[in-house]
Design a protein around this ligand. Structure first.
Ligand SMILES: Nc1c(NC[C@H](O)[C@H](O)[C@H](O)CO)[nH]c(=O)[nH]c1=O
Ligand SMILES: CC(=O)[C@@H](O)COP(=O)(O)O
Length: 164
């Protein structure tokens, strides 16, 4: 088992009053499904109520930053505002520069959204060179790596509550 990862949380965070959005891309669906499942499982372990976990999708990772903004806006309009969004995408290197451009622009724009929206936007995007790297990071290869979706769920609750 790899040594990398979030490790134990520094304190117990309570997500019972939070509403968290998960916005996932539909590219690389099998890996996405596992990551979403990991994030949901961890949110529930941190007491986020199932009815307060809102899951939506966009076509690909490129759509995640603007989709995240629209998701916050829509939930606000509905009177069910989100405390944080976990955008989840899986980028896998192909044979052109497509991968590099999307990795770079999406990462920067998701980071900027934290400050623009003044809400936690978690970095739930895998940027992998091979299918196997992505599968391992979604916990799909027995004994290899943990499901990184769990880290993203934990990070969302911590970032919503830590500085209260
Ligand atoms: N190659 C991958 C993509 N590509 C699709 C783009 O993200 C986008 O949906 C399209 O260009 C339309 O704007 N998306 C991923 O999530 N993962 C990939 O590996
Ligand atoms: C257009 C795409 O999302 C995808 O085809 C990228 O892969 P490649 O670099 O092999 O074109």
């Amino acid at each position: 088992m790899a040594v990398k990862g979030l490790g134990k949380v520094d304190q117990q965070y309570d997500g019972s009053k939070l509403r968290i959005g998960i916005l996932h891309a539909r590219w690389n669906k099998k890996i996405i499904d596992s990551l979403v499942e990991g994030a949901v499982k961890k949110l529930q372990e941190f007491n986020v109520k199932p009815e307060n976990i809102v899951v939506e999708s966009v076509p690909g990772s490129f759509e995640l930053p603007y989709g995240t903004k629209l998701f916050f806006d829509k939930q606000e309009r509905l009177g069910e505002p989100l405390d944080a969004v976990i955008p989840i995408g899986v980028l896998i290197k192909g044979s052109t520069m497509h991968f590099e451009y999307i990795c770079d622009s999406v990462t920067h724009q998701l980071m900027k959204l934290n400050f623009e929206l003044n809400r936690p936007v978690i970095f739930g995007v895998l940027t992998c060179l091979t299918d196997e790297q992505a599968e391992a990071r979604a916990g799909l290869i027995e004994g290899k790596m943990h499901n990184h979706g769990e880290d993203w769920g934990a990070a969302a609750v911590e970032m919503c509550t830590k500085f209260d």
